[in-house]
Write a protein that binds this ligand. Sequence first.
Ligand code: ADP
Length: 606
Amino acid sequence: MKNFSIRNRLLIGTALLLLVTLLPPFYYFDNTLRGDIMNDAEDRAVKGLDTVEHILKEYALPADSNELDARLTRLGERMGMRITYIVDGIVVADSNVPIEDIPSLDPHGGRPEVRQALDGETGLEIRYSTTLKKYLIYVARTVHGANGLQDGVLRVAIPVSVAKERLDRLESGMTWMFLVVILASSLIAYFSTRPLLRSIIELASTAQSIGQGHYNRRIREYPGTEFKPLVDAINGMAHNIEQHLSMLVDQKGRLEAVFNGMNEGVMVFDSAGRIHSFNKALTTIFPGIEQKIGATPIEATMKPELHRMVIDLIEQGEDESGVRTQMELSDSRFFEVNLVPFKDPAGARRVVAVFYDISERERLEKVRRDFVANVSHELKTPLTSIKGFAETLIESPPAKPEQTATFLKTILKNANHMTKMVNSLLVLARTQHKGEMTDLAPVDAHEVIRQSLRDLSHTAQAKNITLEDMLPEGPLSVLGDRDGLMEVFRNLLDNAIKYSPAGSSVSVTARPHEGKMALCVRDQGPGIPEKAKDRIFERFYRIEHPSEPAAKNGSAGLGLAICRRIIKSHGGDIWVESPLDPATGTGAAFFATLQTAERQNADKPE
Ligand code: ADP
């Protein structure tokens, strides 16, 4: 029954209903009517028989059989019946058979009603008469002692009934009508269920399309009010799914934005340890990773240790703790990698790896290590010297006082060198501590330079070096920190005097440069080799000039580093041009650019 369509069920149901409602009453009425008709016909036949018998007995009858036949024929016509008189089984007269045909009639002694009559009863038989081509009721009775009539059997036959024929016709008519009604009701059921079925099919297809992901679709029309709860449920379900979906899409979008906006590279591995997804930052860490979806970690990163860790984490089973490692990539970038296992909705174990760029941290750590090593190294030499001379003075003091003075001078020189270096380191630390940009205020650079020249005039005189202030007359207003600028020019002038040959000159000039003021300290010293032009601004970097060895002049290689840091914190630039005299390959010019105070005013909004 499950596989029957609603339409077929309706058709079969209607047919069965018609059968159940129409057949029993029809059968009942047919039977009752038929029974009544038969009883009535039998009564009429018996009454007819009585009447004919009475007539035969009461009125004289001709002995001539021809006359008898003629009388019975007239009587039969009047009474509307067939009257037959049978003697010894032979028909002697019959109202419906011409006299000349009577001898050819079959013997009637064997007829059931005749035999019953011969037995002394009123015989009765209903039979189809081939002579009259209709059903007849035959009643027969033995007749004794009728007037002038030989004893025999009187038989009367009347048609069962016209009603019975009508009943038969009605029966076949009813059968036809029944078939037609079934056919008609089937057609009505077929056509009346068409719109219903169409609506149901439409409803089902909308529900199916919602199920396939078109959550914005709704069922608007339905076959009947009975379907309303179902339709409301489906529409409600679609609405809820649509809302949850949009929430999920929104959350996914936000997560993706976070995922791709992260500075850290993120790589997600599937349960087989293959790359499943990654974020944008990872593409900068591993260029070309876009083509490596589905690849193993070793294929994508060429890092066997990463591959091993991912596989270990996946195979570890229930352990939820992750692992952390550091790795260096081929381009000298350092990464801290955090690998954390997790379970996906299917319960499979997967791994997410986060790559955190620690290159800068590593670089700073290296700088710190180098710095400490350099400082220790720089301090170690003078300290060893001081310690050595001091021990000599204590354990075996020199006999001559001049020698003692030489020892003490050496100790003092080394102590001065250390003091200078510690001071330089403090200045460097201070400028570092101040951060990138210094608070700038208008400063007269000309005044600062004049002061620096004054401070170093004795040193210059000692070497017979002429200091030339070639700046234009009047103040030179720049933006800066006075102390910082003083430190810069003292260092530059000090170096220029230190490395210049005796009798030469050191000059200070100024010229505009790319919208700023470039101040220049020029000397006629040994100059700076091409390869060292950038490096002299690094901490502890020194050039060994044969004329002026670092060991002798106490150079620690920090002065220019301090200058660069201060100038950078002023938003300026520092560089060296050398040689100034191509013929001799000598001379150096140190440039430092500074913002002019007017320019800043001009930049300020009104
Ligand atoms: P320090 O503070 O010890 O003098 P600097 O950082 O100032 O060290 O200088 C670094 C190196 O640059 C020095 O060792 C020196 O060899 C070289 N240098 C600096 N100024 C000059 C210059 N005017 N002429 C030649 N060499 C110089």
